[in-house]
Design a protein. Sequence first.
Length: 202
Amino acid sequence: MSEHAVTMPDPVARFAKGRADETAQPAADGQRVRAADETARAGAGRAAWTVVVPVKVLAAAKSRLRGAVRGVPHETLALALALDTVTAVVACTEVREVLAVTSDTRAGDALRRIGARVVPEPATPGLNAAFAYGASLAASRWVAALTADLPALRPAELAAALRAAALADVAGTADAAAAAGVRRFVADAAGSGTVLLTAAPG
């Protein structure tokens, strides 16, 4: 299994800055909905992606932001980050299904309302286990793992990243078996973590 960075122009990679802007006020419901209007659903013949978004139990999520926004309960802030992220993913033209992996009842209910399919966390704890479990439910589709703390994410930017990953796999491998062994990723703004990880079908 190998991994390769997806190289994209700055406007595309900008969504990674969501981690740097996490102390921003959570968006209102009306602001979240605007993401759905930023891009039209089109693009016959494109890769159809399943995007897996793990969401921790809200009380334990984003612990380093606890108390960062005065007057906003921590669980509300954590949920707002997840809802902003998933709203953008649901509106992305390249995405067929959003799988939210969470055992938090409040988060699950809210994520279903904006169009995500919600599945419980696996018995094995941790982010990687949640990603792997969600990917196992994606059948033979293109699959992407995305963190749930990207409030700056926009549908068009995610679409460009997914298209870049799919085109790189098609152009850079000789056959489907080879493509299935390659993962592509987008690093976070600091360059020390990963916000998006993709894999071809197979």
